[in-house]
Design a protein around this ligand. Structure first.
Ligand code: KG4
Ligand code: ZN
Length: 348
């Protein structure tokens, strides 16, 4: 089974081809090309939806052609076209989904209208045959959730953020401290030379029941700490970035520990624990989560960083999984700005 994937839900335009044969233990990524729109958005210090949509229009056709060329395949050899159909910035989602529909229609191939979050949720299975069910921490620019992945299209939400997503908190912190764009990697780089113990920042919701998250209070505390600095020097910014990152690490560890304890209480698990999404590419966060998993007897698994941040290989792979399950979409599938994982179609 060979699927072409297209991704355009935020500020990465991407195309990839993934193959999975009966005899394979893991799929093969035949090509995986990403154009990050960093240059386009940098002057604004954040993603501008209209600029993103126009950049997707400009780049997607070329990226798709390159992905096909690098995979050394003709469309006749492809079994399906997977395109992100949401959630995300609606202009970009429209561009990618229409591109996918056009190719599917022209070449008479099935369309897979993929939920971007399902792309992240299943991305780990591109590297390893992780069996269902598994516990998932999905940490990206738009989402922060703990779920049980029961199968393709089958998700049980255990908790989520009540305000900002964790990636959003990284991005806003970077903007506030003028560390650069994109924010997550900028905060991580600055934090490397910082002292995490310098600023006492809050750890919202830690110690509470359940596994919901909150990051807006932490973001405000960073702003207050920054504004209290009389003449901020690079070392001050590094210390504040490190203090922020440590607080995020503590919050994620606490909330996930609660999820693991709760599951144990229900005699579920230990399941594999998977971290996915752009923030899961952060080294400190991976290390902290791995240690927490070990102490709870859960195995920690995270895709390599290039599969954590937005890419089309995970969309193509979700397409393979859905095609294998017979979950093909009609050509009138609608793009969706909001599309929770619990609303996905799955096989009965
Ligand atoms: O999954 P993703 O690429 O796009 C969404 O689906 O949102 O995640 C992007 C988010 C951004 O907020 C970005 O700042 C964050 O992931 N991110 C990071 C790192 N790399 C990306 N956050 C912390 N540390 C990183 N190294
Ligand atoms: Zn994403």
């Amino acid at each position: 089974m060979i699927v072409l994937g297209i991704e355009s839900s935020c500020d990465e335009s991407a195309a990839a081809v993934v193959a999975f044969d009966r005899g394979d233990t893991v799929p093969r990524i035949l090509s995986n090309v990403v154009h990050s729109q960093t240059q386009e958005h940098r002057p604004y210090g954040g993603v501008v939806p209209e600029i993103a949509a126009r950049a997707h229009i400009e780049h997607l056709d070329g990226l798709v052609a390159r992905a096909m060329r690098e995979a050394r395949l003709e469309y006749a050899q492809i079994d399906g076209i997977a395109a992100t159909a949401g959630p995300g910035l609606i202009g970009g989602v429209l561009v990618g989904l229409m591109t996918g529909k056009g190719i599917a229609l022209t070449h008479g191939k099935p369309l897979l209208a993929v939920n971007h979050l399902e792309g992240h949720a299943l991305s780990v299975r591109l590297m390893r045959r992780v069996a269902f069910p598994y516990l998932l921490l999905l940490i990206s620019g738009g989402h922060c959730q703990v779920l049980i992945v029961q199968g393709v299209g089958r998700y049980r939400l255990l908790g989520g953020t009540r305000d900002d997503a964790v990636g959003e908190a990284f991005d806003k912190t970077a903007k506030m401290l003028e560390l650069g764009f994109p924010g997550g990697p900028a905060v991580e780089a600055a934090a490397r030379t910082g002292r995490a113990a310098r600023f006492a920042l809050p750890r919202p919701l830690t110690g509470r029941k359940g596994c919901d998250f909150s990051f807006s209070g932490l973001k405000t505390a960073v702003r207050h700490a920054y504004e209290a600095l009389p003449n901020p020097q690079p070392q001050d910014l590094a210390d504040l970035a490190a203090s922020f990152q440590a607080a995020v690490g503590d919050v994620l560890v606490d909330r996930c520990a609660h999820a693991m304890t709760e599951l144990r209480g229900q005699a579920v698990g230990p399941l594999p624990f998977v971290a996915a999404g752009g923030v899961a590419s952060n080294t400190l966060i991976r290390t902290r989560l791995e240690a927490a998993c070990h102490s709870h007897g859960f195995e920690f698994i995270a895709p390599p960083p290039f599969l954590c941040t937005d890419n089309a290989a995970m969309i193509a792979w979700a397409g393979v999984e859905r095609l294998a399950a017979g979950l093909v979409d009609d050509l009138d599938a609608s793009p969706r700005a909001r599309w929770p994982l619990e609303e996905l179609k799955h096989r009965a």
